[in-house]
Each structure stands twice: as C-alpha cells, then as structure tokens.
Design a protein around this ligand. Structure first.
Ligand code: CP
Length: 311
C-alpha cells in the first residue's frame, strides 16, 4: 500500500506533491463510500481518536467527527471551554491525561502557531493539525485543492487568487503551499495592510486591485476578515472594505469569463461576498464542505495505516 512520507499531518509545508496526490486519490474512494446508502466502513475499528478543540469551529470539528465515525473509529471530543484548561492545566498535561486513556490519534485546533509541532515532539500519538493560529490549516487546503480539481479537472497551470485577510490566515498559507505543490499559480489580493510584507518570497503574485485579480484568475478563494485576531484596525471601515474587496454579481458579470468562487467559511454575507454570489452556481462552497469529510477520512486512514505499519 502507498504510504505518506510523514507520521503526523502538521502542515502542508511538510508534505510532498505525491503525499497530496495520495490523499486526493484516497479521498476519491471515500467520497464514493459516503454517497452510498450505507456510509460506514470498518477501516479504523481498532483506532481511538481524540478531537481537541481549543478554539471555536463548526465545519472542521463536525467534519472530522463525521469522518472518524464513518471509518468506525472510537471518538472522544474535548472542547477547551468546558475543560480543566480553564483551571490552569498545561497543554502537555491535558493531552497526556487524554492519552493515558489509550488514544492513538489527536486531532487538534489551537490558537497558537506551532502547537501541533510542539505536541508531536512531546507525546506518543499521531497529531493531525486542524488549524494552529494564523499558521496552517492543512485539511482545509487539501479539501480546497481537491474541490478545484473536481470542478476544473486539474490544478496544473490554473490561476488561483486568495482574497482578503492574508495576514491572519492559516487557510491562505496552507493553500499557497498546496496549490504550488500541485502546479497552480497563486496570487494574493487584499488591502496592503493585510498582506504580509515578505509574502512574495513564497513565490506568489500580489495584486491590490480586486478587479484586476479577478480578471487574471480561474478561481477566487474569498477569505473572512478575522476580527478576532486583530489588535488594531487594518482598514478604515467595513463599508470601505466591501467597496474595494467585496465580490458582487455585478463585478463577476463585468469579467469576460466565468470564474469559480470559493470560501472556507464561516462567511460574512455581504462583506467578502454577497449572498447572491455565495448561493450561485459559480460558488463551490458547499462542495468544499462535502469534500472535507472525504479528505479527512483519507488523512485519518493514511495516518492510522502508518501506526499499524510501524507498531
Ligand atoms: N473552515 C473552517 O476552518 O471553519 P471552522 O472554523 O468552522 O472549522
């Protein structure tokens, strides 16, 4: 059986293009499974997975949980808000206590960049990063690239613009790594204050004018403005942001081609995109959510198969 080159999924940066292709082809098989009347397979019957969410989530948390249940894993859920973290327990103590209950894989979302890497060096379980601060969100990039491939046939030579709050976005960084490894060209677009100063070093194009960016691209991935990660104001007002960086039907109709619209969620309707655009046939936002379950099944299956292979 083909194997991943890594033991943990900490970020896209550590994956090879072959790893990403393997996750995508494995997800093809699981997508077929989850569209059957009986959506469950016994692949992870002897595996226990802990979902540790130290930060809010709707899509990622539910998607991992469904993926785990569809693979027949035993699942425990932990959310920081109701835990002893509030009483001052450290991350390693919290996780080691959970692992003492014989957990094989930890799926973790954490507000601190590098939390997954740190944990992987200190505990005896496989780690899957479900988003670490403004650093990486690998399964989001895997499902985004999978969804583009599904709509456009391949990623090779395709032009993808990531629009909005690039500075605070783990989705942007993971997408940049993932899309480039699959042969796509990547541009970022947004207010200058929300574009990291050295982003060009990653080999991406930078465009401050949204219309020019949309004219260039095949796909626009619209990011949410992450107010919760902002300590200062990065643009004068939401109204001004919408005028310059909001995608409307009128703007899309002014282009000489039909582009694909994506959004990782949660959407601020009327800010980064209007409802009319979000709900149109050009948008693949719900396909992204559907594909997220198959991608996470593939990731967990491939990580678990390495446990059985090694131990
Ligand atoms: N796309 C994403 O990570 O959404 P959640 O924050 O709801 O998990």
């Amino acid at each position: 059986m083909d194997q991943l080159s890594v033991d943990h999924l900490l970020g896209i940066q550590q994956l090879t293009p072959q790893d990403i292709q393997l996750i995508h082809t494995t997800a093809d098989q699981f997508k077929e499974v989850i569209n059957r009347p009986i959506k469950k397979v016994p692949s992870l019957r002897d595996i226990t997975i802990a979902n540790l969410f130290f930060e809010n989530s709707t899509r990622t948390k539910l998607s991992f949980e469904l993926a785990e249940k569809r693979l027949s894993a035993d699942v425990v859920n932990f959310s920081a808000a109701q835990s002893s973290v509030k009483k001052g327990e450290t991350l390693i103590d919290t996780v080691n206590n959970i692992l003492a209950m014989k957990v094989d894989i930890v799926v973790m979302r954490h507000p601190n960049p590098g939390a997954g890497v740190f944990l992987s060096k200190h505990i005896n379980a496989r780690i899957v990063n479900a988003g670490d601060g403004a650093h990486e969100h690998p399964t989001q990039a895997l499902l985004d690239s999978y969804s583009i491939k599904e709509r456009l046939g391949s990623l090779e030579g395709k032009k993808v613009v990531i629009v909005g709050d690039i500075l605070h976005s783990r989705v942007a960084l993971s997408n940049i790594y993932c899309l480039q490894k699959l042969g796509a060209q990547v541009m970022v677009c947004g207010p200058a204050t929300l574009i990291p100063r050295h982003i060009k070093d990653l080999g991406v194009l930078v465009e401050l004018d949204l219309k020019k960016a949309l004219q260039w691209c095949d796909v626009a991935n619209m990011l949410r403005v992450q107010n919760e990660r902002m300590d200062i104001s990065y643009f004068p007002s939401v109204r001004e942001y919408v005028q310059q960086y909001g995608v409307t039907r009128k703007l899309l109709d002014s282009l000489d081609k039909e582009i694909v619209i994506m959004h990782p969620g949660p959407i601020n309707r009327g800010v980064e995109i209007t409802s009319e655009v979000a709900d149109s046939s050009q948008a693949i936002i719900l396909n992204q959510v559907e594909n997220g379950v198959a991608i996470r099944m593939a990731v967990l299956y491939l990580i678990a198969s390495k446990i059985q292979h090694h131990d």
